[in-house]
Design a protein around this ligand. Structure first.
Ligand code: GTP
Ligand code: MG
Length: 344
């Protein structure tokens, strides 16, 4: 089993990349499983990944780098026992420093069957300036931790911007392999990116990691949250009746707009990720906002695994807004926009 860590700040495109990478590996005959670590008590990404046809397990409530390392170990063993996949893709939270996680896994001693593959760090190119201004040191650390750095969302940038950010990334981590991509669409570089990953585990222990600097894991996990000054809250709700697609999308967009505006009142320049997942009958819907600049982006996700369900999950992790405020904003948005549907 080859383990690949797909890291990057909140909303940088980790889940999107994992779905794309996972399906690419599957099309080449590899078996794939995914482990997702969510900050909140309830996860969104695991549901989205499963609905896209990949085996996934969630580790909620914190960060797998320190406080949840035993949960990480147990889940890796479980995945190995249940699926024994060729490739295990791990998505840490957006505030994690991935080298810590790699070091923890290496200490777990799973034996020769488990090979630690490359650390990938994603950067959302469309928010590079704001991210550097808000949390420059931590973003640089995520880049320095990586073997492969991807400038993602290049579709939102012009050529000059891409060149400038790529050169800054190279300055931060000259030894990394770097790619500029749009994980959401198909372009030529995606294949080269995948070949780079594949070669790293086929050539077994190819020295992709030689550039990384060890970091002692002797601090509480809250450290990561403090570095980025991110607050988070997640809530899960039951729908009292099955909804059709149109009503369901109206509902998630209403809730998203009111959560977004509540957060903007507190931090008009927030960065992070507001994401909601609604599953009703055979309809799966995801809506996402990754900064103060975004309008809500709605995607329909078919229910490939035939999951029956009628649930609504709301998650927010954003800069410079306290958890209590996020809880108030989310609970009142859900109550106000959807009292006719949600039993609580
Ligand atoms: N324009 C554009 N949007 C993208 C691209 N990749 C991802 N996105 C969007 O960015 C948003 C966040 O993507 P995710 O894949 O959920 O990001 P993430 O890093 O997993 O987010 P967290 O797990 O919450 O930290 C979604 O709305 C995606 O559709 C891309 O290449 N281009
Ligand atoms: Mg994600």
């Amino acid at each position: 089993m080859n383990i690949i860590l797909v890291s990057g700040f909140l909303g940088s495109g980790k889940t999107t990349s994992i779905i794309r990478m996972g399906n690419h590996f599957k099309s080449k005959g590899y078996s794939v499983a995914v482990l997702v670590n969510d900050i909140g008590d309830v996860g969104v990404d695991g549901q989205v990944i499963s609905n896209n046809g990949l085996e996934s397990k969630e580790i909620p409530r914190g960060c797998i780098c320190c406080t949840l390392k035993y949960a990480l170990e147990a889940n890796i063993s479980l995945v190995q026992a249940q699926f024994d996949p060729d490739i295990l893709l791990i998505e840490p939270t957006g505030v994690a420093f991935p080298l810590r996680i790699k070091e923890q896994i290496e200490k777990m001693d799973f034996g020769p069957e488990v090979n630690m593959g490359p650390i990938i760090s994603l950067i959302d190119g469309s928010k590079f300036g704001e991210l550097m201004e808000h949390s420059g040191d931590s973003i640089i650390k995520q880049v320095k931790n990586a073997d492969i750095v991807v400038l993602n969302k290049q579709d939102l940038l012009d050529r000059e911007q891409v060149a400038e950010i790529m050169s800054t990334i190279k300055d931060f981590n000259p030894d990394s392999a770097t790619f500029s991509l749009s994980m959401e669409s198909c372009d030529g570089s995606f294949n080269s990116f995948m070949e780079k990953i594949e070669s790293s585990f086929i050539e077994e222990n190819a020295n992709l990691s030689s550039n990384t600097t060890p970091i002692a894991c002797n601090t509480a996990c809250d450290d990561e949250f403090n570095h980025f000054n991110v607050g988070s809250y997640a809530g899960s709700y039951e729908l009292s009746a099955l909804l059709d697609g149109e009503t369901a999308s109206g509902l998630v967009l209403d809730v998203m707009q009111s959560v977004r505006s509540g957060i903007l009142d507190i931090n008009p320049q927030f960065l992070g990720h507001l994401k909601m997942f609604l599953h009703t009958g055979s309809v799966g819907l995801r809506v996402s906002v990754t900064s103060y600049k975004d309008q809500p982006k709605l995607e329909f996700i078919g229910s490939e695994n035939g999951n029956a369900g009628n649930t609504f999950t709301v998650f927010a992790a954003v800069t410079d807004v306290a958890r209590d405020n996020l809880e108030d904003i989310i609970e009142s948005a859900v109550n106000a926009s959807s009292s006719q549907f949600i039993a609580a």
